[in-house]
Design a protein around this ligand. Structure first.
Ligand SMILES: *Cc1c(COP(=O)(O)O)cnc(C)c1O
Length: 462
C-alpha cells in the first residue's frame, strides 16, 4: 500500500479533525477557555498531546499493569458510571467487592476467610494507610492506661506510602537502615528496636528497590518470642503490594501470610500482579476482630448493613469488577501460569545481564518479584554510569530506572527491570540488544559523568 494514497488524503481533508479552525492555535493552558470546541477536534488534540507520554509497555520501571484483555476494557466501559461507594444503588458491585475480599482472604490463608474484614482501595498506598490506622488505633486502646508516648512503626526500606503514613498520621517511623550487603529487614534488627510504644512492624513482600522478599516468617517468629519473653504483643503487617499476587502462585512454600498468626493485616495492589487496571488495591485483616470497629462506618442499604472503611468517598467501581473478572477468568492455574512466565523472563534477563561481564546482580530474578536488579561491578573502569545507560535506553523508548538504595547504602546505585505480563522474552531480548548498543555507544563517546563515579558503590552478597 502506498504511504499516502490519494484517496486517503482526500478522506483526511473531509474529516472534521483536519478542517477545524482550532488546529492552528495552541490548546488552552493557563486560563479557562471561553468557547466550546467540537468534540472530535478536542479529542484529537488531547489525544495527540499524549503521544509525548511514551509507551507504557516499554516502561520497565513500573510494577503496574499495562496490558489488559479486551474483555476488561469492555467491563471498564460498562462500569464507567458506577460509584463504588453507592452500595445502595449498585448492590451487585458491592457484592462483587465482598466476594473478592473473601477470595483474597482464602488465597492468603485467613483462618475464617468467609467472615473476615477487608476492603478494596485505590491502591496499596490507601490500603497501607488503612492497615496503619488500624494498628495505631489498637495501640492507642491498649496504651490508654499509660497515656504517654508516641507510637512507632518499625520497617525496612519501605515504599514511600509508609513515609507518608507516618507523617500524615503522626507516627515515628523506625526505619532500619541498609548496611553493606544487607538490603532489607532482618528479625534481629526489628527486635532491637521494639518497645512498648511499637504499634506494629511492616515487612515488605517484594521490596521496591531490589524486588526481594523480606523474611516475614523469621520476623513473625521473633515477634512471637518477644511476646513470650517481654510481654510485648506487636502486630505484623505485610506490605504485599506485588508479592500478594505472586507468592501464592509461584512460591507456595514461603510462609508470609495469615498462616503466621502474628500477621494481622495485609495490603496488595490489584493493579500490579493482580492484573487489574489501575486504581485497585486491597486491605485484608486476619480476623474480623483485628480491624477496630471504631474505624468502620456503616452504610445501610436494602435492609442490610454495609461496613465501609476508606479514605475517599466516591471511587470508580470498574477496577473492582475487572479484578473479579480476573479471578473468575484465570483462577489459581491462570495466575500461576502467567506469574511463572514473568518470573522466567526475569531470571533469563538476569542471566544475560550477568553474562555481559560488567554487572553484578543484586537480585537474580529468583524467589521474589519477577524481574532483576543489578549494579556495576566494583573496581571496573566504565565509560558510563548506570544513569547514562538509563538515559541512553530512553532514546529507544525503554524506561529502565537507575537509582540509589536508601540509607545507609545510598552509595550503591542499582538498575532494575520489572518483568510484568506483556514483557515477553522477545521484548526482553530487544531490550538487551539496546543495552549492548548503549554500552558500545559509550565506548565510542565516554560520558563525562563516569569520571566522577569511579569510587561509587560495590555490592557483595552476604
Ligand atoms: C507499589 C507499592 C506500594 C504503593 O502501591 P500503589 O498501589 O502504587 O499505591 C506500596 N508498597 C510497595 C511495596 C509497592 O511496591
Amino acid at each position: 500500500m502506498a504511504v499516502h494514497s490519494k484517496r486517503e488524503i482526500v478522506a483526511g481533508l473531509d474529516d472534521e479533525r483536519f478542517r477545524t479552525s482550532f488546529l492552528p492555535h495552541p490548546l488552552p493552558k493557563y486560563s479557562f477557555p471561553r468557547a466550546e470546541t467540537d468534540p472530535a477536534a478536542a479529542y484529537q488534540q488531547v489525544h495527540d498531546e499524549l503521544l509525548l507520554d511514551g509507551n507504557s509497555r516499554q516502561n520497565l520501571a513500573t510494577f503496574c499493569q499495562t496490558w489488559v484483555e479486551p474483555e476488561i476494557r469492555k467491563l471498564m466501559d460498562e462500569c464507567i458510571d458506577k460509584n463504588m461507594i453507592d452500595k445502595d444503588e449498585y448492590p451487585q458491585t458491592a457484592e462483587i467487592e465482598s466476594r473478592c475480599v473473601r477470595m483474597l482472604a482464602d488465597l492468603w490463608h485467613a483462618p475464617d476467610a468467609g467472615n473476615t474484614q477487608g476492603c478494596s482501595t485505590t491502591g496499596s498506598s490507601e490500603a497501607a494507610m488503612l492497615g496503619g490506622l488500624a494498628m495505631k488505633t489498637r495501640w492507642r486502646t491498649k496504651r490508654q492506661a499509660a497515656r504517654k508516648g508516641r507510637p512507632n512503626l518499625i520497617c525496612g526500606p519501605v515504599q514511600i506510602c509508609w513515609h507518608k503514613f507516618a507523617r500524615y498520621f503522626d507516627v515515628e517511623l523506625r526505619q532500619v537502615p541498609c548496611e553493606r550487603g544487607r538490603l532489607h529487614l532482618t528479625a534481629d534488627e526489628v527486635i532491637r528496636r521494639c518497645d512498648e510504644n511499637t504499634m506494629g512492624v511492616v515487612a515488605t513482600l517484594g521490596v521496591t528497590h531490589t524486588l526481594q522478599y523480606e523474611p516475614v516468617e523469621e520476623i513473625a517468629l521473633a515477634l512471637d518470642d518477644l511476646e513470650e519473653e517481654r510481654g510485648l504483643d506487636i502486630p505484623l503487617h505485610v506490605d504485599a503490594a506485588s508479592g500478594g499476587f505472586i507468592a501464592p502462585f509461584i512460591h507456595p512454600s514461603v510462609e508470609w501470610d495469615f498462616r503466621l498468626p502474628r500477621v494481622k493485616s495485609i495490603n496488595a495492589s490489584g493493579h500490579k500482579f493482580g492484573l487489574a487496571p489501575l486504581g485497585c488495591g486491597w486491605a485484608i485483616w486476619r480476623e474480623a476482630g483485628d480491624l477496630p470497629q471504631g474505624l468502620i462506618f456503616r452504610v445501610k442499604y436494602l435492609g442490610g448493613d454495609m461496613p465501609t472503611f476508606a479514605l475517599n468517598f466516591s471511587r470508580p467501581g470498574g477496577q473492582v469488577i475487572a479484578q473479579y473478572y480476573n479471578f473468575v477468568r484465570l483462577g489459581r492455574e491462570g495466575y500461576t501460569r502467567i506469574t511463572r512466565e514473568c518470573a522466567d523472563v526475569g531470571a533469563w534477563l538476569a542471566e544475560q545481564v550477568k553474562k555481559m561481564g560488567m554487572f553484578e546482580l543484586v537480585y537474580d530474578g529468583r524467589g521474589g518479584i519477577p524481574g532483576c536488579t543489578w549494579t556495576l561491578k566494583k573496581g571496573g573502569n566504565y565509560p558510563f554510569t548506570l544513569y547514562d545507560l538509563a538515559d541512553r535506553l530512553r532514546v529507544k523508548g525503554w524506561q529502565v530506572p537507575a537509582y540509589p538504595m536508601p540509607a545507609n547504602r545510598s552509595d550503591l546505585i542499582v538498575q532494575r527491570v520489572v518483568a510484568r505480563l506483556g514483557v515477553s522474552r522477545d521484548l526482553a531480548g530487544l531490550l538487551l540488544e539496546d543495552l549492548e548498543r548503549a554500552i558500545q555507544h559509550f565506548r565510542r563517546h565516554p560520558s563525562s559523568k563516569s569520571f566522577t563515579a569511579r569510587s561509587a558503590g560495590g555490592y557483595h552478597h552476604n
